[in-house]
Ligand binder design. Structure first.
Ligand code: SF4
Length: 375
């Protein structure tokens, strides 16, 4: 049989998702809405999500992108995964390691479209962090995912690549998933994506053909480790644990959590997720900041809550870099003590003094957490 005629699990899922979205997508989205109360058609989800709500719901349960209630949030129910069963999970060095000791992921902050800089920053981080999380930023695009993954791997790093549904249609997402499976990555963080802020990249459309949950199913079908985000403190808080369970049912094998306001909040979320049936290992967000700029970027992030007293203590310390490193390590250790948390993600830009300097800060945090046992 020629290679093009073979029907791999990924191809089968692509065909099924395509058929469902093409012929019955509107009906499916209608079902989603009907589970969360009657919502007029023009008050639907601007991201065309089937498995909402996203993490951008406002405190009054209105939509992050439109002036109406979020249809997924107001009913207080979670949309059950009604797609394909994910395939049996394949081996994962990252998940295997997480069974024996805490793993350290770190956000990769680099200069856009600068391969030499990706290599330089990876070289700084690779020995101290188990995986480098490549983000997607609405105002700061960068090289295509497969190229980023290749650059990182070439320097000894293990990439976890974020794929967002905002800027790619379904065909391109399928291509990216296939490309990352070919290159070999530690994981793919499957996100729906924030709505683009007003005035950013005028003229660029926002696609949202699929949402993060369906993208996780695509990644899992390709044999990739599908990671998913969840925002424990984002409204509506009570349904976030069950929403994670449904992402797991779609194929997610790792959850990367937004930073939460306290260890107790994380413990409450982890316990509620377990009670809801979500067994997927959790990676907790640890904020790394050593100056006003790096702290304020994190404070502006939707659904991310920093302790203002802690921020103040770091910024007013005689040596804010040392204080920021110590604060991040202490926070990481406290979060890793929570049952179900297998690792941390060092998030944020860490410093305004250049990306190499910032990478050095995160590398030191990673070394202290992992005791130099990364990768
Ligand atoms: S808040 Fe998010 S999930 Fe809810 S309607 Fe708006 S875009 Fe959709």
């Amino acid at each position: 049989m020629p290679a093009t005629a073979r029907c791999t699990p990924l191809r089968r899922l692509i065909l099924r998702i395509g058929l469902r979205d093409g012929l019955a997508g509107r009906a499916a989205r209608g079902r989603a809405r009907s589970q969360t109360g009657p919502v007029p058609e023009d008050d639907g989800c601007p991201k065309r999500m089937e498995y909402g709500p996203c993490g951008g719901v406002r405190p009054d349960l209105t939509c992050e992108m439109a002036a109406h209630p979020c249809p997924f949030a107001v009913g207080g129910e979670v949309v059950a995964w009604h797609g394909e069963e994910p395939p049996a999970p394949g081996p994962s060095a990252l998940l295997e390691r997480a069974r024996t000791r805490p793993v350290v992921l770190t956000d990769l902050t680099v200069r856009p479209f600068d391969a030499a800089n990706v290599r330089a920053v990876t070289r700084i981080l690779a020995g101290s962090c188990d995986a480098l999380l490549v983000g997607e930023h609405h105002g700061r695009p960068d090289f295509p995912p497969a190229l980023m993954a290749t650059l990182i791997r070439d320097m000894g790093g293990q990439p976890v690549i974020t794929l967002s549904c905002r800027d790619r249609n379904r065909v391109v997402l399928e291509q990216e998933v296939a490309g990352l499976a070919e290159v070999g990555v530690a994981g793919v963080l499957c996100v729906t994506g924030d709505g683009r802020a007003p005035g950013v990249r005028l003229g660029a459309t926002q696609v949202f053909d699929v949402d993060g949950t369906r993208l996780a199913a695509l990644a899992a079908a390709a044999g990739l480790v599908a990671a998913v985000p969840e925002a424990p403190d984002a409204p509506p808080v009570p349904i976030r644990p069950a929403r994670l369970r449904e992402k797991q049912r779609a194929g997610a094998r790792l959850a990367v959590l937004n930073h939460v306001g306290s260890v107790d909040r994380l413990a409450a979320f982890a316990a509620a997720a377990r009670a809801a049936g979500a067994t997927v290992p959790l990676v907790a967000g640890v904020a790394v900041y050593t100056d006003e700029h790096s702290a304020s970027v994190l404070q502006r992030f939707p659904g991310l809550h920093l302790d203002p007293e802690q921020v103040d203590a770091v910024l007013r310390a005689p040596d804010p870099v040392a204080a920021g490193i110590a604060a991040a390590v202490a926070e990481a250790r406290a979060l890793l003590a929570v049952d179900g948390v297998v690792g941390v993600n060092l998030s944020g830009s860490a410093s305004a003094r250049g990306v190499e300097f910032a990478a050095g800060i995160k590398a030191e945090v990673g070394r202290r957490i992992s005791g130099g046992r990364a990768t």
